[in-house]
Structure formats: structure tokens, C-alpha cells
Write a protein that binds this ligand. Sequence first.
Ligand code: GUN
Length: 296
Amino acid sequence: MSATLIDGKAFAAKVRERIAGHVARLDEAHGLVPGLAVVLVGADPASEVYVRAKGKQTVEVGMASFEHRLAAETSEADLLALIRRLNADPKVHGILVQLPLPAHLNSDLVINAIDPAKDVDGFHISNVGLLNTGQRAMVPCTPLGCLMMLRDHLGGLAGLEAVVVGRSNIVGKPMAQLLLGESCTVTIAHSRTRNLAEVCQRADILVAAVGRAEMIPGDWVKPGATVIDVGINRIAEGDRTRLVGDVHFGTAVRVAGAITPVPGGVGPMTIACLLANTLTAACRANGLPEPDGLTA
Ligand code: GUN
């Protein structure tokens, strides 16, 4: 037996197609073009790659992309002044400040300076609070993408045992809240959890988001479980490197009912959900109905 592969690349392409259709209709009916501003401070090579991909896909779905590249030594005051300008700019519906920021900048302060209605990352404390109290929020992109794939694959999630391994603000915690919202029984496990293998073995839904290469072997997976692997880890193999997840794919694929591969699973869904959030923010800002199936 081998698990069904959940093809995030194909799913993300379908999501982007739906977004593009909605964006075209918004322009036609209301002359509204959703706009996403991405702010990159410094020249971290991985961040450069992400920011370029975000800009390209934003334009491909018909939205406006505004890129702001600032020098690594930019002061906090200058960065906050830019955010204030973007908050006030009616052409900008979504603002994303690429993390990590250089060490002299306080990320919490910067993120919380973004207008919560434009916080397409869902990192502002207002959005965290809204999500955690079951109110309408902007939801972090990676967990939103995982939720969309889970709903698509499983249909209803109510009553299922979900184990989230990882407790980050970006993935683990919001993922757990979203699964609670779906009426799963949710456990958040992490590097200090005792009997992690046994905890994972309970999971009908296992979400791995710890950032440690292949740390979850197949014998921690309940037979038939749905495994969502958020990890993207680069490991050396001879004189090359290879991308692997937090789950040991080769053994897990023989036990799970369904699994996301790395690469090509969760990764492509993250930017698709960023575009979804930007579209949602533009609709909300203009009092228009939100697109179906693109929110939590
Ligand atoms: N850096 C790595 N992932 C992310 C993300 O989802 N949002 C932002 N703003 N920065 C990141």
C-alpha cells in the first residue's frame, strides 16, 4: 500500500486560477484591482527568492504588485514611516514585511504597525486574537493552505484527532486554532513533548512543522492518517543538496492514507494563500462579498 499524494503544486495552480477569475470580475464590475505591497529589508538570498516569486505570481493573477526594497541598515523609524504610507494608500490592500528582519529591527513592533485589515500574513496581534476567538481574521498563509488541502482531501474534519508538531506563531499555533475551528481534537506537540512517537500515532491528521529534516519516521504515523508536511529542509547528499520535509517520506508513504510531498506539497500553497488573502482584504475593504472557499 502506498499513500495518496496530495499534489500541492496542482492544487495551488487551481487556487490561483480561481483567484485570477475573481480578480478579473472585480476589475470589470468595480474597476477594483487588488494590490499587494511586499517590503524586503536587506538582501537575504532566501528572502530574495520568495519576494521575487510573490511579485511574479501577484502579477500573473492580475493584481498590482508593489515591491519596496530597503537597505539592510534602514532605521526602524524609516521602516515604520513606509508602513504608515502603505496603510494609508488605497491602492494597497495587502502588506507583507518579509521576515526575518535584520537584528536591529523589532519584528513585533513592525508587524503590529501594519493596519490589521491589510495584514495578509495574519501576524498582527489583532488577527491572532480574532482567529483564536473564532472571529473573522486574516489567517496566516501556510496554515490556511494546509487547511484547504485537508478540507479538499477529507471533506469534513469534525471529531478527528489532529496532532500539530511545532508551536511557531507562523504555522503551529495558527494551524492548531484552525483545526479547533473545524472541531478536531487538537494536540500541539513540540521538541520537549514526552513520548512524541505515541502522541503522533494517535493522529488522524498529522501536521509536521518543526523544521528538522525527516524527524518523523513512518512508524510514528497511524495507518491511514493524513500527513501534512510543512518542513522544507536542505540536506547534503554527496556533493549536492536535496530538499526534504520534517517527515521521513520513504517510510511514511507506506503507512499514511495521504501525504504531501516535499517539494510540491505545502510550499506552493503558501503564496497561493497570500494572493487569496490579498483578494479577501480587497473585497472586505470595499464592502464586497468575499470569494468562496478561499478563507478559513
Ligand atoms: N518568511 C518566511 N515565511 C514568511 C511568511 O510567511 N511571511 C513573511 N512575512 N515572511 C516570511
